[in-house]
Design a protein around this ligand. Structure first.
Ligand SMILES: *Cc1c(COP(=O)(O)O)cnc(C)c1O
Length: 472
């Protein structure tokens, strides 16, 4: 196909650049002018930045303040071309990664494991993101149980609210993921239901700190006890909370123990690319001991291309990300993370209080930095419809319908975000009342899932949507 540039400006909100910038169906015969490329992409980036710099977008952009980003990007440029696993040519990579792992382990009370068992010592790897961290841990439990317990049909038990990366691991690695519904009105998993689901094929259980839907921390102390009792693995997903809960706890908030202080916890994931305030594309997975980490490593000793080994799921990874992550940790320091957590909690507390004062809205659980809520009086999706018209981007939750806002740094840099949010939410509730009995726009997206046929329809729609997005 030839290059095509349609004259008409796109009206498709998902493809706003169609017709505005050149679309490529093949590598251009002659390269384009550097300045021209820089100019075009900086326009896209700046326009897209405008969407979240208002402070009205939940989660997604965790730090991204200009000066912070400039610093990390400069560091990135020193090592952008480097492959992290090239340890002979680039010894800086394992220096930095081992220190990222140690700093993360220390933050998550890795020192506690030695007190419980002198032979244990926390270790881990840097991965490309939270999903990979979780998937690696699930693979470890599968392979550990196969080797040491002769379990060939592994099952892992997870709360319904745990991240889909667990299910992805199940599908990719042939592990049966057993879902336990959260109990109402608690919205956290019932440990007794988890224990009842354990059978001879169970290799591990999982919990979150906090989970994505509600930001809530599962009853991890109980899950830890269960894991010890049944001698199985216990993964805590700290992808979201791992780099902020330690600081929130230090600020004096009442945070249940979620890290290596739990004697049954055998692995934990924590995302440097979320509240670690590093660039996108890094996460850390930690294990209680090296025996477990060994099940993550991979090698082919007899490959014609040479001996091949890799510690994580990825092959080559950019050293730029490793260097930027290391730099974020040592640049911010405990002081910087504490300041960030304090500012985030200040906004989160205001939002929480404001929602508590709106009688039609109901908070879900005891929120920290993610505030989730529902309503028994109005259709919460109508409220979301209204908030969208005001430029807010909440995350919509389903089964049951609810919404959440995850507070990050962009809310800190914009004055009065919490106040404006609460005032708009009040109007949103009035709007929802006026629309009672009608179907909300948001429902069109969320109305289908929950039944077998509904889920199939949704999957078909979503996959079709990917196909359409991938079309130039
Ligand atoms: C973001 C997230 C993940 C997955 O992380 P990715 O980095 O997006 O792969 C896992 N668990 C929770 C709770 C998360 O919020």
């Amino acid at each position: 196909m030839a290059d095509q540039t349609s004259e008409k400006q796109s009206v498709d909100p998902n493809k706003p650049y169609k017709g505005r910038f050149k679309s490529y169906h093949r590598i251009p015969e002659k390269g384009r002018d550097k300045k021209d490329i820089l100019n075009e992409l900086s326009i896209m980036a700046e326009e897209e930045n405008m969407k979240w710099k208002t402070g009205q977008v939940s989660g997604t952009f965790y730090h991204a303040e200009d000066e912070h980003r400039r610093f990390l990007n400069e560091i990135f440029s020193f090592f952008s071309h480097v492959n992290t696993i090239q340890f002979d040519l680039c010894p800086s990579m394992f220096k930095m990664e081992s220190e990222i792992i140690s700093m993360t382990a220390n933050m998550l009370h890795g020192d506690a494991v030695k007190k419980q068992n002198p032979e244990d010592e926390v270790c881990g790897t840097v991965t490309s993101g939270g999903s990979e961290s979780i998937m690696m841990a699930m693979k470890v439990y599968r392979d550990w149980a196969r080797a040491e317990k002769k379990i060939s049909n592994p099952e892992i038990i997870m709360p319904d609210t745990a991240h889909p990366a667990f299910d992805k691991a199940g599908k990719y690695f042939g592990i049966k993921m057993v879902h336990i519904p959260v109990s109402l009105p608690d919205f956290r998993v019932d440990p007794r239901a988890v224990e009842q689901a354990i059978n001879k094929n169970t290799v591990a259980i999982a919990g979150s700190a906090g989970n994505y839907p509600y930001g809530l921390i599962d009853p991890l102390q109980d899950l830890s006890d269960i894991a010890l009792r049944h001698k199985i693995g216990f993964h805590v997903d700290g992808c979201l909370g791992g780099f902020i809960l330690p600081w929130i706890e230090k600020l004096g908030y009442d945070i249940p123990v979620f890290d290596f202080r739990l004697p049954g916890l055998t692995s934990i994931s924590a995302d440097t690319h979320k509240y670690g305030f590093a660039l996108k594309g890094t996460s850390v997975v930690l294990y209680r001991n090296n025996k477990l980490r060994r099940y993550q490593y991979f090698n082919v000793p007899d490959w014609p291309g040479g001996m091949y080994a890799s510690p994580t799921g990825a092959g080559s990874r950019s050293g730029g990300l490793t260097a930027a992550t290391w730099s974020a940790l040592v640049y911010l320091g405990e002081e910087g993370y504490l300041q960030g957590a304090k500012a985030i909690m200040n906004v989160a507390d205001q939002i929480k209080k404001g929602i508590q004062d709106i009688p039609e809205l109901k908070l879900i659980g005891e929120p920290t930095f993610v505030i989730s809520f529902r309503s028994e009086e109005v259709d919460i999706y109508h409220v979301n419809d209204y908030m969208k018209t005001k430029g807010w981007r909440f995350n919509c939750l389903q089964l049951p319908p609810a919404m959440h806002f995850c507070v990050t740094m962009p809310q800190i840099f914009v004055p009065d975000v919490a106040k404006r949010m609460i005032s708009d939410l009040k109007e949103g509730v009035s709007y929802a009342k006026s629309k009672a009995g009608t179907v909300a726009k948001t429902t069109a997206l969320y109305g289908l899932a929950g039944t077998m046929e509904g889920n199939e329809q949704v999957t078909e729609l979503i996959f079709g949507f990917f196909d359409y997005l991938y079309a130039v």
